[in-house]
Design a protein around this ligand. Structure first.
Ligand code: GLY
Ligand code: MN
Ligand code: MN
Length: 440
């Protein structure tokens, strides 16, 4: 693979071409992209951790830099207004000596309001892209995140440049190190809290640098889909461990899940079968395949697993029809991945913004698109024992559930296996397993 600097050169060129196309289509003179501003905590003098505008970091990998601006105009080198205050209270970020800076015309801004003297005098035909509409209004902007511009970028952002794929691959390489450290800690009987510490140390991230709050769940906690509590106490008996944790590279996210059984037995066998089912499903991925179809195929596979492990009885089609598979696998098969963990554009079917929602009976699916080469997606099937969902099944559906087996598996919580993949014309490339994170 070419080196990152070279790939970035192509990336920024493509981004500039795209920006010029939408600037012309929207009848604008340019775009002003704001990295953002810190949010202050209520009644306090401290800020929440800063999270950068994804449209900003698509251009410049500055993820911890509030008050920076980009000015994008046709036939001009992008301008970067780099915020560098005089401040003895906080660390003042210096401009990195990095491969990407040569692609910008850079000016240094000493205080946030000074930006007004750098932006064009007449902002009538410039669009503000960012979160702080009030600030933009005071500066004189009249267009704020115009829908046509946002749809255009969100639609195209789904197809990654080679640079972006390299960043996502690197994020996976980093996250895999964390996953390996975390599984080792689990088998040494660490608590959820300690496992998280081991994870962060292995990936060399702070808690604010991970792309999403890690899910580190022991035993039945792994059936809580967004479990983030990090218990300090080690359970008396360890059954299982589910970790959904990522890493960040140049603003691009990895999003990986693995599940482990403490001892051999049915749950370990189920994990193995889930790996197999996920891998087989992924064999069907290539350009032209519908993500909704993949999700529905996974329900077939979950139905087969429920029968194989005695969690249900009957015909696979009936288990799907009755909603039994949805009670065990209630979330979507996956989502677009990139600058955001749940990356934008999963429902856009063209760059004008044609929106196709997920099927009514699968509302949690985050992607309805037909896959194309260079899209990066997650594939994350799961199977959980979630009382509220199982108890909510119809009486008919309940008859198809083997409650004795449900009770046996309840202490294990659930399974999710999540890989990050790049779609290609004829198949896919697995960014997660290539670094040795396989079935644990
Ligand atoms: N970690 C969030 C997700 O898997 O979608
Ligand atoms: Mn995910
Ligand atoms: Mn995840």
């Amino acid at each position: 693979m070419a080196d990152l600097a070279q790939l970035y050169g192509q990336h920024i060129k493509q981004l500039q071409q795209k920006a010029e196309q939408i600037i012309e289509r929207a009848g604008l003179d340019g775009l002003a992209i704001h990295s953002g501003q810190p949010h202050r905590q209520f009644l306090d003098d401290m800020d929440y951790p800063f999270k950068c505008n994804p449209h900003f970091k698509a251009w410049a990998p500055l993820i911890n830099h509030p008050h920076c601006w980009l000015l994008i105009e046709p036939n001009c080198k992008p301008k970067l207004y780099f915020y560098q205050p005089v401040d003895f209270w906080h660390k003042v970020e210096s401009l990195p000596e990095a491969f990407w800076v040569e692609h910008f015309e850079i000016s240094f801004v000493k205080n946030p309001t000074e930006i007004s003297s750098y932006l064009p005098y007449d902002l009538e035909n410039y669009a503000y892209i960012g979160e702080h509409i009030d600030v933009a209004g005071l500066l004189g902007f009249k267009h704020f995140n115009p829908e046509d511009v946002m749809n255009y970028f969100h639609y195209h952002r789904v197809t990654k440049s080679e640079y972006e794929i390299a960043c996502l691959e690197k994020a996976n390489e980093i996250a895999v190190k964390g996953h390996q450290a975390a599984s080792a800690a689990f088998f040494l009987s660490a608590s959820e809290y300690e496992i998280n510490q081991q994870y962060l140390a292995a990936i060399n991230h702070t808690e604010n640098e991970v792309p999403y709050t890690s899910i580190i769940a022991l035993n039945e906690h792994s059936a809580i889909l967004h479990y983030m509590a990090l218990e300090r106490k080690v359970p008396a008996k360890l059954h299982s461990f589910l970790i959904d944790a990522g890493a960040n590279f140049n603003g691009y996210a990895a999003d990986i899940t693995r599940t482990y059984a403490h001892d051999s037995g049915t749950f370990e066998d189920m994990i193995e079968v889930m790996h197999k089912q996920q891998l087989e499903l992924m064999q069907g991925i290539k350009a032209g395949v519908s993500f909704v179809d993949l999700h529905l195929q996974m329900h077939q596979r979950i139905a087969n697993m429920l029968l194989e492990f005695g969690l249900s009885t009957g015909q696979p089609e009936d288990l799907i029809e009755l909603g039994v598979t949805k009670a065990f696998f209630p979330h979507g098969l996956g989502h677009m991945l990139g600058l955001q963990v749940h990356d934008a554009g999963g429902f856009l079917h063209d760059d004008k913004g044609t929106f196709v929602s997920s099927p009514d009976d699968h509302p949690f699916l985050r992607c309805s698109r037909t896959l194309q080469a260079n899209q990066v997606i997650t594939i994350e099937p799961g199977l959980y024992i979630i009382d509220s969902l199982l108890n909510g099944l119809s009486e008919n559906a309940k008859k198809a559930v083997n409650w004795q087996q449900v009770d046996l598996l309840k202490p294990f919580g659930g399974i999710r296996i999540e890989d990050n993949i790049v779609v290609t014309a004829t198949g896919h490339q697995n960014l997660t397993r290539k670094f040795g994170l396989n079935d644990g």
